[in-house]
Write a protein that binds this ligand. Structure first.
Ligand SMILES: N[C@@H](CCC(=O)N[C@@H](CS)C(=O)NCC(=O)O)C(=O)O
Length: 214
């Protein structure tokens, strides 16, 4: 079998989304470090893997992919018989797809904006803009109200078992739970229990060990 390769950076939420998926599936892979500080992602040969110059990029033999959520879906479907299912057969998959879209279209825009302001900027020695935080906190809160109602009906966001719809949230949750925005999650009991559950999965703990070596 060809070696699966993830080109990324440990700080990247999109790259760790793919790592979480590979580890849930129990697949072996090679992590190819992309030095974003030196702009390696904006030059060849990386641009041949992703013309948008963003990590991650993924290779499975001669197949080359980018966009983290497309990569996880490829992995989950292609390696369906390995590790955690992550996708489910039949009509229920349509519901999982709805919640994957909700993560990408509703949750992630607010979550990513807040994690940039509250986690990444300080790491880069930049100042948080309180006006942006003020604008995006209510947007995230609104999404989390919908999540609270959804998680009162099903154990996981896409249904009764852990799927890609849950997994896709993990990288942004990981950053946000270390910022003042944690209060928005803590204020919602079902959301808070769901975050604790999915964040303690062994595969995600392995991603954290791999990307934050002691
Ligand atoms: N929708 C893309 C987003 C990729 C993305 O934004 N990657 C960030 C790191 S998390 C990046 O490469 N940023 C550098 C840049 O945009 O120049 C995905 O999910 O793969």
């Amino acid at each position: 079998m060809a070696v699966l390769k993830v080109h990324g950076n440990p700080m990247s939420t999109a790259a760790t989304r793919v790592l979480a998926c590979l580890i849930e599936k129990g697949l072996e892979f090679e992590f190819v470090m992309v030095d974003m500080r030196s702009g390696e992602h904006k030059k060849e040969p990386f641009l041949s893997l992703n013309p948008f110059g963003q990590v991650p990029a993924f290779e499975d033999g001669d197949l080359k992919l980018f966009e983290s959520r497309a990569i996880t879906q490829y992995i989950a479907h292609t390696y369906a018989d390995k590790g955690t299912p992550l996708v489910i057969p039949g009509k229920e998959m349509a519901i999982v797809s709805v919640w994957m879209e909700v993560e990408a279209q509703q949750y992630d825009p607010a979550a990513s904006k807040l994690l940039w302001e509250l986690a990444i900027k300080s790491f880069l020695g930049m100042q948080t803009d309180p006006a942006v935080v003020e604008e995006y906190e209510p947007k995230l809160a609104k999404v989390l109200d919908v999540y609270e109602a959804r998680l009162s009906q099903s154990k996981y966001i896409g249904g009764d078992c852990f799927t890609l719809a849950d997994l896709h949230h993990l990288p942004t949750l990981n950053y946000l739970m270390r910022t003042p925005v944690k209060k928005l999650f803590d204020a919602r009991p079902k959301v808070s229990a769901w975050v604790a559950d999915i964040s303690s999965r062994p595969a995600w703990c392995k991603v954290l060990e791999m990307t934050n070596p002691k």
